[in-house]
Write a protein of this length. Structure first.
Length: 167
C-alpha cells in the first residue's frame, strides 16, 4: 500500500495527492444567507486577459483582438469579450458569496456597455431572495466600469445546507 499522501498503480511511480481541503474550502451555507448580503470583486482588464480569453473560449472575433478592425465599428476600438466580465460574476459566486460548495443553476445577462483594455470592472453580487424548497438563493449581479453599469443579470445558486434536509 502506498504511503498516505500519494497514489500509485501497479508499475507506476507514486504521485503526490493534494491534501483534502474540503473542510477548509467551504463557503457560506444556505442558513448563513440573508437578503442584502453582498460581495464585490474588482479586476483591471489588460490586453493579455482578452487574448487569453480568446484562446480558451475560441472566440477570436477581431472586435476583441484587432484594433485596426475594431476602429471602424460602433465601439470605435477594441473591446473585451462580454463573457469575460460575466466570468467575474462567477468569481464572486464561486469564491466569495456564497463561495466554495455552491452550484450555479442559471444566469440571465444583459450587456449594457463595453469594457476596454485598462478599464477596471467592479463586480457586485447581492442576495435578493430564496427558493426555500430547493435551497437556492436568487442573486442580483452587476458589473460596473466607473459608475456605469456595463452588465447586469440574475443568478440562481444551489447552496449547501449546514444540516441537510430530511425530506
Amino acid at each position: 500500500m502506498p504511503p498516505e499522501g500519494s497514489v500509485a498503480r501497479k508499475g507506476e511511480k507514486q504521485k503526490p495527492v493534494p491534501p483534502d481541503l474540503s473542510s477548509t474550502l467551504q463557503g457560506l451555507f444556505y442558513e448563513d444567507l440573508h437578503v442584502g448580503l453582498s460581495a464585490i470583486y474588482s479586476r483591471t482588464v489588460e490586453a493579455g486577459d482578452i487574448s487569453a480569453f480568446a484562446g480558451v473560449s475560441g472566440d477570436t472575433n477581431p472586435l476583441h483582438l484587432s484594433e485596426d478592425y475594431a476602429r471602424d465599428t460602433l465601439f470605435g476600438g477594441r473591446i473585451a469579450h462580454g463573457m469575460l466580465s460575466a466570468g467575474y460574476i462567477s468569481t464572486v459566486i464561486g469564491t466569495r458569496l456564497p463561495g466554495p460548495g455552491c452550484i450555479y443553476v442559471s444566469q440571465s445577462l444583459r450587456f449594457k456597455g463595453p469594457v476596454r483594455c485598462g478599464d477596471t470592472v467592479n463586480t457586485r453580487v447581492a442576495v435578493t431572495g430564496f427558493i426555500e424548497e430547493k435551497d437556492r438563493a436568487i442573486m442580483w449581479c452587476e458589473c460596473f466600469v466607473d459608475d456605469t453599469v456595463i452588465l447586469e443579470g440574475e443568478a440562481i445558486i444551489q447552496v449547501p445546507r449546514r444540516i441537510p434536509r430530511e425530506d
